[in-house]
Design a protein around this ligand. Structure first.
Ligand SMILES: [Zn+2]
Length: 366
């Protein structure tokens, strides 16, 4: 394990320097130092200029930005702050059938209190369930690719439909900036990979499922000029302060861990990922908090000693919920956990296309 953060060899490409410090926290600090330790006045100036631009470009339109909300702290805080800064957002939420009641209530309280319009895209559950089943049958690691891809698609669709140029997201360097190891996830704009996995396992067709491929993404960003912007990077963002303000002023109820607003996400991160893939995503989140000085390393280590669930009872309750919702028996879950993982790259995919376009982009920018 790294001596500065809490990343360890469960990330297969981790390497350590002579002091036992890993490449993950080193790269993170190198890439994001200018964001985290930026001079407050410079940051404020950048934020003011950005807000002025969004307002200017949104003149005469019903909304000037889209804010994707999951019910989590990061995206909730974005919504609160942009309203305070005088923007007119449309809140966009995706309901994939797994949202916790707590998350639904948090979103409802938030938009009501702020007087913001909410667009909720409800995904067709039988279709989504069949897609999830295909991903489980394929034994690939990134089952959340389905949700993440659909969420991107819905946000771009809504921005496009309202002529809005800005999608403001809650992703940020301060609390989740450290890179997720490559072998823990798959690229999120890979519509071809989703289709190939769905076809190979149960011949599932995507009829209403919103999805986006690499080329559509490039079209939206560079031709339509709809910009996906992590606005929290322009602010002094501290998750604990944000949580306190949300609770005190916006009727917000906290979750025990990050991303626990969706029952599937917490079961995936707290049960399936560790048991089938040997991956504990808390390492990345906790490491980020440690190296940005928001948490002591000893506290992070103590957190990791416990199961990735507030209690065994809650883990068991989610397990039962998962079995019932997916229509699985105990034996099916055991069989799934026992099978070896298979790579996403075993199916048709857009990795080469994505990497090729990224190379071109970086070359042009240079
Ligand atoms: Zn490290």
């Amino acid at each position: 394990m790294c001596t500065r953060c809490v990343m360890d060899t469960s990330a297969s490409d981790i390497c350590f320097d002579e002091h036992g410090v890993c490449n993950y926290c080193t790269d993170f600090l190198r890439k994001s130092g200018h964001i985290i330790h930026a001079d407050p006045a410079t940051k404020q100036g950048q934020l003011d200029a950005f807000i002025a631009r969004v307002k200017r470009e949104g003149k005469g339109k019903r909304y000037d930005c889209v804010v994707g909300v999951s019910g989590g702290v990061d995206s909730s805080w974005v919504l609160v702050r942009v309203v305070e800064l005088g923007l007119r957002p449309l809140a966009v939420h995706m309901d994939n059938g797994w949202n916790s009641e707590l998350a639904q209530n948090n979103i409802a309280n938030l938009v009501q209190g702020l007087g913001v319009d909410l667009y909720t895209h409800v995904i067709d559950w039988p279709e989504y369930k069949a897609l999830m089943q295909a991903f489980f049958d394929a034994d690939v690691i990134d089952v959340e690719l389905l949700y993440d891809n659909a969420m991107l698609a819905v946000n771009y669709q809504q921005a496009s439909a309202h002529g809005v140029k800005w999608i403001l997201s809650g992703s940020n360097q301060a609390t989740e900036g450290m890179s997720i190891p490559e072998d823990w996830k798959w690229i999120k704009h890979d519509q071809r990979n989703i289709k190939a996995i769905a076809k190979a396992h149960g011949d599932v067709r995507m009829r209403t499922f919103p999805s986006i491929g690499t080329l559509q993404y490039v079209w939206a960003e560079f031709v339509r000029r709809i910009k996906w912007t992590p606005i929290l990077n322009l602010m002094d963002y501290n998750k604990f302060d944000a949580m306190r303000a949300l609770q005190e002023s916006h009727g917000y109820k906290p979750y025990p861990y990050k991303h626990y607003e969706s029952i599937f996400t917490r079961f995936y991160q707290g049960y399936l990922l560790p048991r089938k893939f040997g991956v504990d995503k808390r390492r990345v989140h906790l490491s980020t908090l440690v190296v940005t000085g928001q948490m002591a390393r000893e506290d992070a280590l103590a957190d990791l000693q416990g199961i990735p669930y507030p209690s065994l009872a809650e883990m068991e309750s989610d397990r039962q919920y998962f079995l019932k919702k997916m229509g699985w028996t105990e034996a099916q879950l055991e069989a799934y956990l026992g099978r070896p993982a298979q790579p996403h790259a075993a199916y048709a995919n857009e990795l080469r296309l994505w990497n090729g376009l990224k190379d071109i982009y970086l070359r042009v920018r240079r």
